[in-house]
Ligand binder design. Structure first.
Ligand code: KG4
Ligand code: ZN
Length: 391
């Protein structure tokens, strides 16, 4: 089955074509092509993501990116169903530019060899999500193919399945796509989410812990801002912390590990960020080296909490495979610490390659396939964008 994935939940406009096969026990995915436009440079000026700007940029980029993905496409000789344009106009009426580009391009090409469209309908920034959802519905109408409402977080969970090269040396081929055995545990860490999800099987998830305030990526971004570093701050903090680590700079600061001993699997990162704020206000780092030392202590504090909670969950739920996804998994220290934990727990560890850990449409196509196998394109046909979507 060939699936077009569409992702517009935050600040990446992304489209991807995948070929999916196999059943729920052993899904198999191949990437056929992808395009992505990151709005980071646009949002940098504001120091964060602005929903209205994100929505406008998605609307601008969707048709050009689709052209890019489908090129070269033969010219269409298709006859159009009566009233189709009016329906598409209705869906895209709020995005006039998008409608204009759509109607200029789509009728001019032959229907591509695509069987279904998977689109992120949440969670994320609602105005941004709506652009993708309406675009997907318009394409679905035009090409007369199903549109699968897809959960962005399921995309992060399933993203490691694209490349059959698990990080772990403990891999044995077992049940579940690419050797993932159940119950699995997914630690999702991004700018918007910090969640521990129990994965009973593909499509069957339960959130067992989540952040009560800031997401871990958000804490990295806020701490970076406190230290005068550009947005997004995660990679900047991670660079400074790495410098402190390899040069063995002496520890100078002590930050809290919020909720590390709480009995549940929840997290809290806002207090950690506030602790950095007070520390910088009272004893500001005097030079680059001291900034590196502080960045390292922050990274250590965040990592300690993530690792301990994940370890407790692995033990309590007799977990067989550990999965991690989301932008923060690009952090080398966190990635290595998770791998060490998986090795010590003698379980498999799966992480996507870096380009699939940040937001992308390939993972949406993949999660869309799972949702399709569960029949969501039929049972949730009249879906709407939902910024707070959960499992
Ligand atoms: O998954 P993602 O691309 O978007 C969201 O859905 O949020 O994650 C972006 C987040 C940002 O907060 C960014 O600072 C963080 O991932 N991030 C990192 C690193 N690279 C990206 N955080 C820590 N260390 C990194 N190397
Ligand atoms: Zn994400």
């Amino acid at each position: 089955m060939i699936i077009l994935g569409i992702e517009t939940s935050c600040d990446e406009t992304a489209l991807s074509l995948i070929e999916a096969s196999g059943g729920l026990k052993e899904p198999y995915f191949e990437l056929l092509g992808f395009t992505l436009f990151s709005q980071i440079d646009i949002h940098k000026e504001y120091g964060g993501v602005f929903p209205a700007v994100a929505k406008r940029e998605h609307a601008k980029k969707l048709v050009p990116l689709l052209k890019n993905l489908l090129t070269p496409s033969p010219i269409s000789s298709q006859r159009e169903e009566i009233g189709l344009r009016e329906k598409v106009e209705g869906l895209l009426s709020r995005e006039y530019e998008l409608y204009k580009e759509f109607i200029e391009y789509i009728p001019s090409i032959e229907k591509p060899n695509i069987d279904a469209i998977a689109v992120t309908y949440g969670p994320g920034l609602e105005p941004a999500l709506w652009v993708g959802v309406n675009f997907a519905k318009a394409l679905g109408l035009y090409w007369n193919i199903p549109v699968i409402p897809t959960n962005h977080m399921e995309g992060h969970i399933i993203s490691p399945l694209l490349h059959h090269t698990p990080y772990s040396t403990f891999l044995q081929k077992g049940e579940g796509g690419a050797g993932v055995t159940f119950p699995a545990l997914a630690l999702l860490i991004s700018g918007g989410h910090t969640e521990l999800v129990l994965v009973k099987s593909w499509g069957n998830y339960e959130i067992i812990g989540k952040t009560r305030d800031d997401a871990v990526g958000e804490a990295f971004d806020k701490v970076a801002r406190i230290l005068g570093l550009p947005y997004p701050g995660g990679p900047e903090i991670s660079k400074l912390a790495h410098e402190a680590r390899i040069n063995k700079y002496q520890k100078k600061y002590i930050l809290p590990r919020p909720m590390i001993h709480s009995r549940d699997f929840d997290f809290s990162f806002s207090g950690l960020k506030t602790a950095v704020l007070y520390l910088v206000r009272d004893t500001p780092p005097q030079n680059h080296k001291e900034k590196c030392v502080l960045a390292r202590e922050f990274e250590d504090a965040a990592t300690d909490v993530l690792i301990l909670k994940t370890k407790k969950a692995i033990e309590q739920y007799s977990i067989e495979s550990l999965i991690s996804g989301g932008g923060v998994i690009a952090n080398g220290h966190i990635r290595n610490s998770l791998q060490t934990l998986a090795q010590a727990s003698k379980i498999h560890f799966f992480v996507p390659e870096i380009s699939l850990s940040t937001d992308n449409a390939t993972m949406i196509g993949m999660a869309g396939y799972i949702a399709y196998l569960h029949g969501h394109h039929v049972s949730r046909k009249d879906f709407i964008a939902n910024g707070n979507l959960s499992f």
